[in-house]
Design a protein around this ligand. Structure first.
Ligand SMILES: NC(=O)c1ccc[n+]([C@@H]2O[C@H](COP(=O)([O-])OP(=O)(O)OC[C@H]3O[C@@H](n4cnc5c(N)ncnc54)[C@H](OP(=O)(O)O)[C@@H]3O)[C@@H](O)[C@H]2O)c1
Length: 440
């Protein structure tokens, strides 16, 4: 189709929607020069019309409160969904696709839940569904996995993909403050939501991991299939002891291809070597480390959220969709997801993973306790790499901090259950998995 101008409609004019409208209005000629495509912003939908134009010069009659003016409008070629949430976004995207429109979204929650169905629909209607901004904001990791690494078997992938958690953990490391105090500051500064549950419980990172796995392994997995653990139980003690042992704690979204064609998928706080590049990704920044069989270790770093970085990724998708409009084809990204629906790559249960562990026990300050714990761990084939005894707690208890060699998770769980029956063990242990592979 030879169209001089590709018409774009945006659903949602909040943080990201505003950024996208700024780029489309202010960089129109640059986009045309760089991509050979002229984009025309036709409509923007908002629930309530604003009193001001939020610093953007919009075309006349651009703003509306009626989504039908975008999704059912025959003039619109590309629909950009930036309202967030699942229910309304789901039905509007479906309607847009059924009306033959290419769709761009930044909505990881929606795709993590309904990706399979929406990509199927997009394929049936021969339109693209692009989602670069849904994972790691401004970092072009979706396209990289899909296109640049298409000739690689992805061995493993490690992502710092939640800026809120990374900000909190960085502050805990640098300022020696407790989780709840940093969370409050993060909320005051706008780095954390008033209800931070999705972020600090690891759900947001897990939704992004689902999207990364769909592309890296062509495997469509759901949230209920893998281990997700947030950062709420990380204490200042763990931060300090990890550092003494040469590690930094990061919330990582991890995927690894295991033998037998299964994928390990997990989100949890992780000890990473403090000299590694990932350990030095600070504040609200994101990073994704991808290790491919041909390319080796790679690291992508940048802003994972915010108005303009996220808008940058959305606009890149809009430009790709515009090319799809001109060429009358759907983008390969949608096709990849669809292929995953037929793939038979299973998820490796957390019990079957093998990793090293940091464990902190609070125990009675008595001779023989370490030997009892060591014996139980040994009986479950868990060998201790190092032990330090820390700080008498004032109540005749001390912390025993251990690093183990690689052990199986199910053995670790069984050993801990047995250790908790010892009278000298005063509380549940702090258990944090260690990843050494990111040490480059
Ligand atoms: N913010 C980021 O840094 C970031 C980063 C990566 C991805 N994302 C994703 O991008 C999407 C948008 O995020 P955001 O931060 O821009 O959200 P936001 O600031 O809350 O903006 C949402 C916009 O959608 C509009 N809206 C909500 N429900 C609507 C409905 N039913 N009909 C019409 N308009 C509706 C709102 O209108 P009113 O203002 O009138 O209510 C508002 O303009 C989400 O999926 C988010 O996960 C965001």
């Amino acid at each position: 189709m030879d169209k001089s101008c590709i018409n774009v409609g945006i659903l949602g004019w909040g943080t990201v929607g505003t950024g996208v409208s700024k780029i489309l209005m202010n960089q129109n000629s640059l986009i045309a020069k760089n991509s050979g495509t002229e984009l025309c912003l036709k409509k923007i939908v908002k629930r309530t019309l604003p009193a001001t134009r939020q610093g953007v010069e919009l075309p006349m009659d651009c703003l509306t409160t009626d989504p039908a003016e975008v999704v059912d409008n025959p003039e619109i070629d590309i629909v950009v969904e930036l309202i967030g949430g699942v229910t309304t976004a789901h039905s509007l995207i479906k309607r847009a696709i059924q009306n033959g429109k290419h769709v761009v979204t930044a909505n990881k929650a929606l795709l993590a839940e309904h990706g399979g169905e929406l990509f199927q629909l997009a394929s049936e209607h021969k339109v693209s569904l692009n989602f670069e901004a849904s994972t790691a904001g401004g970092i072009p990791i979706i396209k990289t996995l899909q296109e640049s690494f298409a000739g690689n078997q992805i061995h493993s992938l490690y992502g710092i993909v939640n800026g809120t958690c990374n900000y909190i953990l960085t502050e805990m490391h640098e300022r020696a403050v407790d989780f709840s105090d940093v969370l409050k500051v993060a909320q005051d500064k706008g780095y954390a939501e008033a209800d931070p549950t999705l972020d600090v419980e690891g759900i947001d990172a897990a939704q992004k991991l689902i999207l990364l796995i769909a592309l890296a392994y062509r495997s469509n997995i759901s949230l209920s299939q893998f281990h997700v653990e947030g950062i709420t139980s990380i204490t200042q003690k763990e931060i300090q002891y990890a550092r003494e042992l040469g590690y930094v704690i990061k919330l990582l979204a991890i995927a690894k291809l295991t033998d037998g064609n299964r994928v390990e998928a997990r989100v949890h706080p992780t000890l990473v070597p403090e000299r590694s590049l990932l350990a030095n990704v600070g504040g609200a920044f994101n990073a994704v480390c991808v290790i491919g069989d041909a390319v080796g270790p790679t690291l992508f770093y940048g802003q994972g959220a915010g108005e303009m970085p996220t808008a940058s990724a959305v606009v890149a998708d809009v430009i790709d969709a515009a090319k799809s409009v001109q060429q009358g084809v759907s983008s390969p990204i949608s096709q990849a997801w669809l292929a995953g629906a037929q793939a038979e790559v299973g998820v490796c249960p957390i019990d079957d993973i093998e990793t090293r562990y940091y464990i902190r026990f609070v125990v009675a300050d008595r001779p023989g306790v370490l030997a009892k714990i060591g014996t139980i761990l040994g009986n479950w084939q868990i060998s201790i790499a190092s032990v330090i005894q820390k700080d008498p707690h004032g109540m005749e208890t001390v912390s025993l901090v251990m690093l183990t060699h690689k052990a199986q998770e199910k053995n670790m769980k069984a050993a801990l259950a047995e250790i908790y029956t010892l009278e000298d063990v005063k509380d549940e242990a702090q258990l944090i998995r260690i990843e050494e592979e990111v040490d480059f």
